[in-house]
Design a protein around this ligand. Structure first.
Ligand SMILES: C[S@@+](CC[C@H](N)C(=O)[O-])C[C@H]1O[C@@H](n2cnc3c(N)ncnc32)[C@H](O)[C@@H]1O
Length: 307
């Protein structure tokens, strides 16, 4: 091994060095760069944040209904609601009222700055409600089995982290393989996620396009259900009630978001097979930066057997 590579390998193995790297960029997925961008984009991200909040409440209703059907009382449920947040960061896009629905929160992130900033964003309200919040500095995707064992009754929410996996691993094939088996690792658990599906350049902000055109917000969001388990673009999906294939649904949706003709420049985040077949999904456009949009996917899985 050459000396430079040797030095790099030794440095990377030191927890102190890892912590500094994670505080700066978390392998391109977070850290200071994310915090600064998120803090400055609060206003532009409000519409997306509201959509995420609505989706979070939908999950909580599903979770409550599922447990009531199992014969537990509402009072029992409300006094034992545990949440595991993976990729919590500072919770820039997280809803404080939704967090207040839980009795305890275990937040996992590799970024050492996450606990301080999360407390600044949500701490006061959670403290007033006496909600226990614990932070864990851990790679919760690699160590998912350990996380699930530690919190056997908790609802699991992946908070915009799975789409970053390929960026952090710098290996799209490995990330794709690991993301595809996630649904099996989560077998029997009630879980949900919001993650990047695709991202790339657009003609203008989704927000501006909505206000300028007669098009409504609904063209910038879509209801999607995957109908088979194929890995290919030919996978059957129901897109806004119409059966088509994944490739065509993606093309139409990215076009609706204002993808430029050089649409090939869009990044595939390798998350299109995160959710089991049959999950009701929402796709929505998120104005991440001026003229740069992320297509987010959101969904919940109720813990049923994965086919
Ligand atoms: C895009 S940011 C998430 C944003 C966050 N949910 C919010 O609203 O502020 C992705 C976060 O995931 C964290 N992360 C990335 N990979 C992780 C992993 N394997 N385990 C735990 N956290 C991870 C990053 O440190 C970063 O804070």
């Amino acid at each position: 091994m050459d000396r430079n590579l040797q030095r790099k390998t030794i440095l990377n193995a030191l927890p102190f060095f890892q912590n500094i790297k994670n505080a700066l960029t978390a392998g391109g997925t977070g850290g200071l760069t994310w915090h600064l961008h998120a803090a400055l984009s609060k206003k532009q991200w409000l519409r997306t944040q509201d959509q995420i909040q609505a989706h979070l409440y939908k999950g909580l209703e599903m979770w409550t209904r599922t447990h009531l059907e199992e014969g537990r009382s509402l009072a029992q449920l409300e006094s034992t609601r545990e949440l595991v947040l993976i990729g919590a960061s500072a919770g820039w896009m997280m809803s404080t009222p939704w967090l207040e629905e839980f009795t305890s929160i275990d937040a996992y992130d590799i970024d050492p700055l996450a606990p301080i900033l999360f407390k600044l964003n949500h701490g006061k309200a959670l403290q007033q409600k006496k909600i226990a919040v614990r932070f864990h500095n851990l790679d919760a995707i690699d160590q998912l089995d350990r996380v699930l064992n530690r919190h056997p009754r908790a609802l699991i929410w992946f908070d915009n982290v799975l789409g970053q996996h390929r960026i952090r691993l710098k290996d799209s094939e490995l990330a794709s393989a690991q993301l595809k088996i996630l649904q099996r690792r989560l077998q029997g658990r009630f879980w949900g996620s919001v993650h990047d599906l695709y991202s790339g350049p657009v003609l203008g902000a989704v927000e501006d396009q909505i206000s300028k055109s007669t098009k409504t917000l609904s063209t910038k969001s879509a209801e999607v259900i995957r109908l088979d388990n194929s890995d290919q673009d030919s996978a059957r999906v129901r897109f806004n009630g119409v059966e088509t294939n994944l490739g065509q649904a993606r093309q139409q949706f990215l076009h609706n978001l204002g993808a430029t003709p050089a649409g090939g420049a869009w990044l595939d985040h390798e998350t299109s097979k995160v959710f089991p077949q049959g999950t009701q999904l929402i796709w929505t456009g998120w104005d991440f930066k001026p003229s740069y949009c992320h297509c987010l996917e959101m969904g919940w899985w109720d813990g049923g057997m994965v086919g």
